[in-house]
Design a protein around this ligand. Sequence first.
Ligand SMILES: NC(=O)c1ccc[n+]([C@@H]2O[C@H](COP(=O)([O-])OP(=O)(O)OC[C@H]3O[C@@H](n4cnc5c(N)ncnc54)[C@H](O)[C@@H]3O)[C@@H](O)[C@H]2O)c1
Length: 323
Amino acid sequence: MDVLVTGGGGFLGSFICDVHIERGDKVVALDLSDGAKVAHLDDHPNFRFLSTTVTDEATMREEIRTSDLVYHLAAVADPRRYVEDPLHTLQLDLIAGLHVVDWVVEAKRPLVFTSTSEVYGRNPQVPWTEDADRVLGSTDINRWSYATAKAALEHYILAHHQQSGLEFNIFRPFNFFGPRLDSLGAGRVVTIFLEKFLANQPVQIHGDGTQTRTFCFIRDAAEGIVLGSTSEKARNTVLNIGTDIEHTIESLAETMRRVGGFSSPIEYITYESAFGTSYEDIPRRIPDLSRIRSLTGWEATTSLEDGLAQTIEYFHDQQSTSG
Ligand SMILES: NC(=O)c1ccc[n+]([C@@H]2O[C@H](COP(=O)([O-])OP(=O)(O)OC[C@H]3O[C@@H](n4cnc5c(N)ncnc54)[C@H](O)[C@@H]3O)[C@@H](O)[C@H]2O)c1
């Protein structure tokens, strides 16, 4: 099978490339980045890295035409960036995404789209099934630009499925973590905490630390996405993917400190001083995983401790290599 992965040089994309290469598929990773996260695949005969943008229409159309399956992952996915730059978030996650869907429809290829658990917004009734309500805040709050863009693209894909016969898989990831996640200090909670732990500086928790998240190890997640995208039973479905084991952010910090043998103190700061007023946090975000379990049998198997140990080792090595 020939597979195209937009955003294939990113965190999740790089693991999806790994899983497909291990299955014996041919993979093209298309990404704006330098390809460092897929450098280990460079010499593989079935792998090609294309350094370009998803708005490069000629290249995209050609690569879609020669693929059997198209993953569209390229996006602004880092909470800090979608709060600071909602314009680019909408231009990439919404407008560029609509064009990608159009090209895939025209080429009559199946599409896999990574949406987000953020589409549920702050619906207080957890766990969320895939048909749960979306409860979002005001357009004054930049945070919702990301969830809105992703949800609009979901609508567009579902409409094309009904009206143009598009075959699709939509996944709603719940907090993946692991090696190759962002860079230290950037983006998401695990790398933000880890940068401080590795530098032996205080780790800052936003709010009181009782907000919870579930954490799914990236390799498990990539296997689940590939399994769902290649199985007949799961075709044309929207699937939550993650784990349903809740951890408070405070306990995440404490687990990281223990697993990594770190000694940084843990401090608490307000959301406003961290993000300004243009951010709203969500106290609990838990997926209902019945659908993905029943359609694919998939289950994440890596514990938080094991996953954190692998993540810490990866970033430790990165730091040593970069001097
Ligand atoms: N990791 C998670 O927990 C999580 C949670 C929810 C949703 N998602 C979704 O999964 C997908 C992958 O996320 P990720 O965690 O790997 O993020 P990531 O930032 O590591 O990957 C996104 C990739 O897209 C690339 N990109 C950005 N602009 C591009 C452009 N114009 N053309 C081509 N490539 C471009 C980036 O270089 C990056 O490599 C995203 O769509 C994201 O919204 C991930």
